[in-house]
Design a protein around this ligand. Structure first.
Ligand SMILES: [Fe+2]
Length: 262
């Protein structure tokens, strides 16, 4: 059987399997700040589509520029307000600030720490990314993660299945997770959006219970049909973990309750 090819038994918006709604901590819904939504109309279209899929809460995650400190939470609030006006009363999903931050020497520099937008705009949980090209994962990553988590930070690694060094070395992925990093699946990897290696790794790690949460990473309204297909695929093939990965775990992070994650 080709993975994810059978007729879906699940139905969006997933109210039966995740009654409190889906929560997304990684997306590019905020307009005009990165390679995501280009206009307020695109932001609204993405939010409308996410509402139809059952999303109750999202934290936006624009690519963060450590040099300029933008888009900071102040700018994000202005843009979120503009989106809310354009949404004309639609209440779900609720929108919170956030950022996707490159895990590099600037992230490790305590002098920069006040700049980083945390997930949801408050608390001490951060969404971080690593370079995807071969050789990009720092040799001392586990030690750095261990030190930061010991200081009380919660680190969520975006799309590990798309990182070449980790595709070749599952043991390294385990070590990173044991050091304290939470692993976030880019759900569209499950249906081949990022190629066969990322898809195979997503299926394997999901099967081993290696992910802590999932996220959409949508960039434009045209991503919505594939996001829907990916969620149905997760629901059909990994239904037992759907609620935890798509709703409960991201909600705990958003609410600053990461200590309650199992
Ligand atoms: Fe992203």
């Amino acid at each position: 059987m080709a993975f994810g090819s059978k007729k879906s038994r699940c139905t969006a918006p997933f109210g039966k399997i995740a009654p409190s709604g889906l929560v997304d901590l990684h997306n590019h819904v905020l307009f005009g700040v990165d390679d995501g939504a280009r206009s307020v109309a695109q932001s609204v279209a993405m939010l409308d589509g996410m509402a139809q899929l059952g999303y109750a809460e999202i934290a936006v995650s624009p690519h963060f520029d450590a040099a300029s400190g933008e888009p900071g939470i102040g700018k994000q609030i202005v843009l979120i307000d503009a989106i809310e006006i354009a949404r004309d009363g639609a209440s779900l999903p609720r929108i919170h600030p956030g950022a996707e931050i490159m895990f590099d020497e600037r992230f490790l520099d305590p002098a920069h720490a006040a700049l980083w937008p945390p997930i949801g705009g408050k608390g001490s949980a951060y969404l971080v990314e690593l370079g995807m090209q071969p050789g990009a994962v720092p040799a001392r990553l586990e030690e750095q993660v261990f030190r930061l988590t010991a200081r009380g930070l919660t680190l969520v690694l975006a799309h590990p299945e798309r990182i070449a060094d980790l595709q070749r070395d599952f043991f390294r992925l385990e070590k990173i997770r044991r050091a304290g990093m939470l692993l976030q699946l880019d759900i569209m990897a499950l249906v081949g959006r990022y190629g066969s290696k990322a898809q195979a790794m997503a299926v394997k790690v999901l099967g081993e219970g290696g992910y802590d949460l999932i996220a959409s990473d949508i960039h434009k309204p045209e991503d919505l049909p594939l996001l829907r297909r990916a969620l149905l695929c997760l629901c059909d093939d990994f239904g037992d973990s759907f609620e935890k990965l798509a709703s409960m775990a991201p909600r705990l992070l958003l609410e600053g309750r990461s200590d309650e994650l199992d």
